[in-house]
Design a protein around this ligand. Structure first.
Ligand SMILES: Nc1ncnc2c1ncn2[C@@H]1O[C@H](COP(=O)(O)OP(=O)(O)O)[C@@H](O)[C@H]1O
Ligand SMILES: [Mg+2]
Length: 480
């Protein structure tokens, strides 16, 4: 007998806290990343970046080195390591390339523990002499006053002179620092790649997760550093003078990617990026994987609900999806709230009823507003004034002029966004959508979270608030 009473929850909303490997859903993204052609994985918060990293690094440690976390990374200290010989865009490529090469050196030393080759011994010596361990913390790697050049089979040379060490923060060496970092990285990468080939590994992946932390406030230096990281990854992935493939991959929040500009950005987005997209089908599969893992391998969604349609003859799961940003995070949150309501109601066997989904929306709505707040607040401090205006208008669908009037009433002096800019931003974060003619002849609501390529239409007059906010903003269907 399948009953929701046996289900503790649908899981946690962040992969760090979720036993996601018990019920990981293998999507197309997995295969694309494994192809080795991908440098960048882009997705909103809660779209599954960390889940992918955990899948790769905890299930298949041999080809996927430990994930590289930039949580509490010393961005400020790294910012000093400018390559004065490179363009502004490329100023940080050399330092990131060195950091990555030291991290993969550490990975191959660990993978080759039981083997004794000259190159492995050499890399191990390089790490020990510089860091006192073969597994230095990422944030310590470039934070040394100096790096000694030891153990490498072909030591770095500059203009025919062997490099004995690199000193950081020495004004007299500032002009050659970039060159030094670069040649040292090349020496290390050459040995690492030889070891990778010797160990019989086809491709060594290195996953960069948790970039978000230091990048909430993107100043020009941070932007250049991020661009540098992406370009460094591209250089390493594309090196064809190495014996084996080394593939670093960056996982990044899409809103951060949208804030940086450089000449190859579009090319990178089009050709070597995986955008994480979910739809009703894949989200249903994600939910069912959880049910199968916890309630039995044959269990499907239909068995945990009563089959009654929601208002407007909508399927229950579609009712849920319509209140999310089509991200796993929101779906899990919604279903967990509904599960609590169902359990309080009781029943044997316990299955979802329409009332469970209706009654949990109040709490879910608070969650969704907080989620939006996390994303929008750093860009627009006073954005809640726009929410107040939406509440004042009072209905889910509304006219543009109604919003403008309400917004101008509530807007305070230190809110820098005028009504036009406010609508644009609300659209960008999928708080609102607009009505547009659809190909079939009728019209349809366009929201950015589902029509990712669509642009804001500043001339649109019919607008709509995201359904997930209805309860929080106390909106009605129609004005009486
Ligand atoms: N492929 C997947 N299979 C199963 N669960 C997933 C998958 N992708 C994401 N999730 C779940 O969705 C939630 C959000 O994913 P997470 O990786 O934390 O997102 P992000 O790192 O992009 O913010 C977590 O509960 C995670 O376990
Ligand atoms: Mg994450």
């Amino acid at each position: 007998m399948v009953t929701l009473s046996d289900l503790a929850s649908f899981g946690e909303i962040a992969a760090e806290d979720d036993p996601v490997l018990d019920y990981f859903l293998t999507t197309d993204s997995v295969q694309r990343i494994e192809s080795g052609k991908i440098l960048l994985v882009l997705g909103r918060k809660g779209s599954g970046k960390t889940a992918l990293v955990r899948h790769f690094t905890e299930n298949n440690l041999r080809e996927h080195g430990k994930p590289l976390s930039l949580r509490s990374y010393p961005w400020g200290a790294h910012a000093q390591l400018v390559d004065k010989g490179a363009s502004e865009t490329e100023a940080y490529v050399a330092s990131w390339r060195l950091l990555i090469s030291i991290r993969v050196a550490s990975t191959v030393v660990r993978l080759g523990r039981s083997k004794y080759t000259d190159k492995l011994q050499g890399l191990s010596r390089f790490l020990m002499e510089n860091f006192g361990t073969t597994d230095p913390e990422t944030k310590m790697i470039l934070a040394r006053p100096k790096l000694k050049v030891v153990g490498l089979s072909i030591g770095p040379q500059i203009a025919g002179v062997s490099l004995g060490s690199i000193t950081f923060g020495d004004p007299s060496r500032e002009r050659v620092l970039g060159l030094e970092l670069d040649t040292l990285a090349t020496s290390i990468l050459r040995d690492v790649s030889d070891v990778v080939a010797e160990l019989g590994i086809k491709r060594l992946f290195l996953h960069f997760n948790e970039l978000d932390q230091g990048l909430d406030q993107l100043d020009d230096t941070r932007k250049r550093m991020l661009i540098g990281l992406i370009l460094a990854v591209r250089v390493i992935s594309g090196s064809n003078n190495l014996r084996a493939n080394i593939s670093p991959i960056i996982y990044l929040r899409s809103d951060i990617w949208e804030q940086i500009q450089f000449s190859d950005k579009n090319k990178i987005t089009r050709t070597v990026t995986v955008p994480l997209h979910w739809d009703e089908r894949s989200l249903k599969a994600l939910v069912e994987n959880r049910l199968k893992a916890r309630l039995g391998s044959e269990v499907s969604w239909d068995q945990i609900e009563d089959g009654e349609k929601m208002r407007g003859s909508q399927l229950k799961l579609n009712h849920v999806f319509a209140r999310t940003f089509l991200r796993p995070r929101d779906v899990i949150q919604f279903l967990n709230e509904a599960l609590i309501i169902a359990k309080n109601r009781g029943g044997d066997p316990l299955v979802f009823q329409n009332s469970d989904l209706n009654d949990c929306r109040e709490d879910y709505s608070v969650y969704l507003r907080d989620e939006m707040n996390d994303e929008i607040q750093p860009h627009w401090k006073k954005w809640t004034e726009a929410l107040t205006a939406l509440s004042k208008v009072g209905t889910i669908t509304f006219r543009r002029d109604q919003f403008v009037e309400a917004y101008n009433q509530v807007k305070t002096k230190d809110n820098t966004m005028d009504a036009d800019a406010a609508l644009d931003a609300l659209y960008r974060f999928s708080v609102i959508g607009y009505l547009s003619p659809s190909s079939g002849g009728g019209s349809a609501w366009t929201f950015r979270y589902s029509d990712t390529k669509s642009e804001w239409d500043a001339t649109a007059t019919r607008l709509k608030v995201h359904l997930g906010l209805k309860e929080q903003l106390k909106l009605k269907e129609q004005r009486n």
